[in-house]
Design a protein around this ligand. Structure first.
Ligand code: NCD
Length: 381
């Protein structure tokens, strides 16, 4: 059973799913659900009907920095589109041509760009814990877009949204995560989150890919036999073999793996998928290596939810950005209370705060908040 916790969102950072409560995950998924119509670029009906321009999005005049220090296609694009569809301006940091190349530290880079005014930093980095270190160093929100083989929270959340859509729930499901678990931040974040939402997760792969899981702070169920566990599975998530991470590993020279043996035992073929539960769905975080972990027939077949995952990604990131920046706003308000806040006049009445810009405008035009309607109707006559 999923742990019941009070719903709500109070965090200004999204660094991982290890720390989140089930209630927070549910809250974010529910918020993402509302953004889904915009995830494919749909515009509000009034704009399509040629009516006056839509009001600026909830993140209008906000600035989001995409600080990607590792390659990315889906995650970077998805964060950019999510922020822009909420009305924010996005600055795309170019790691390859930045002062990181001149040995500036990541934290100095982040602090310097924040000094120009930022609301959120979306960071991907090859060092475990880099987003957490940046979050300590800056005041704005920080969202982890993947750190080493540690966490990739928004990927897991978009996986949950796609599963919930296709299967109607997360509770009581069995999800196999298959392949290069050892090097996968996606597997780790999925395990943390799915376990909290009441799903059973089985990590499946050859022994070298099931080693090095000692860092995971949750019970881990593993299997080396994909064919044996498939009949239990409601969802099968295939992972890419992350060759680029193997070099860094012991034994020196990387993980010993015969690709033909690997394909024979773990490639998701149509025949193999037929062993899974009726209506089982296929997931993959991308990028896909067709013909290695998955066949074309399965990747493009009727049970594949792979492109739906990508669509869900924009909605999840819209939710994550707006919830985190919302929490940041509340923190900023508390940190910098209104100058008049808390002041008491000599007669004991609280001092009225000075008017906001909007209020001043109304005052100049001789309009009180209540009088605005009247002014509007006469002007519009
Ligand atoms: C994954 C990642 O970068 O961790 N992809 C993604 O973000 N969509 C998985 C991978 O690179 O294989």
């Amino acid at each position: 059973m999923a742990k019941k916790t009070p719903a709500g969102w109070t965090r200004k950072h999204l660094l991982g799913l290890e720390d989140l409560e089930a209630g927070e995950i549910r809250h974010l998924l529910d918020a993402a659900e509302k953004f889904l119509p915009y995830a494919k670029g749909a515009r509000p009906a009034r704009a399509l009907a040629g009516k006056p321009p839509v009001p600026p999005g909830p993140l209008a005049n906000r600035t989001v920095l995409n600080l990607f220090c590792e390659d990315s296609t889906r995650t970077r694009t998805s964060f950019t589109l999510a922020a822009e569809r909420l009305g924010a301006r996005v600055v795309e940091f170019q790691a390859a041509t930045s002062s990181l190349k001149k040995n500036e530290s990541l934290l100095d880079t982040a602090r310097n760009i924040e000094a120009m005014g930022l609301d959120a930093i979306v960071i991907r980095h090859s060092d475990r814990g880099a987003p957490h270190a940046v979050a300590e160093a800056v005041q704005c929100s920080v969202l982890n877009a993947g750190d080493d083989a540690h966490e990739h929270p928004t990927q897991a959340l978009l996986d949950f949204l796609a599963i919930r859509h296709k299967l109607g729930r997360l509770e009581g499901l069995t999800v196999a995560i298959v392949g290069d678990i050892r090097h996968s931040r996606v597997a780790r974040s999925n395990l943390y989150g799915l376990a909290k939402m009441g799903s059973r997760v089985i990590f499946v792969g050859p022994p070298p890919f099931l080693e090095g899981l000692g860092d995971i702070a949750a019970p881990v169920e593993t299997s080396t036999d994909l064919d044996a566990i498939l009949p239990d599975c409601d969802a099968v998530m295939m992972l890419r073999v992350q060759f680029e991470r193997h070099e860094r590993n012991v034994p020196p020279g990387g993980v010993a793996l015969d690709l033909e043996d690997y394909k024979r035992a773990y490639q998701l073929t149509a025949k193999r998928l037929a062993r899974a539960k009726r209506g089982a769905i296929v997931l993959h975080p991308g990028p896909i290596n067709r013909g290695l972990e998955i066949t074309d027939q399965v990747a493009d077949g009727p049970q594949s939810a792979i492109l739906h995952q990508v669509t869900c990604g924009v909605a999840v990131r819209m939710a994550a950005l707006s919830l985190c920046i919302g929490a940041l706003d509340r923190e900023r308000k508390i940190a910098r209370p209104h100058p008049a806040q808390g002041l008491i006049q000599s007669d004991g009445a609280p001092l009225t705060p000075p008017l906001s810009h909007k209020g001043r405008g109304r005052q100049k035009r001789g309009l009180s908040r209540e009088g605005r309607g009247r002014g509007k109707s006469s002007a519009g006559a």
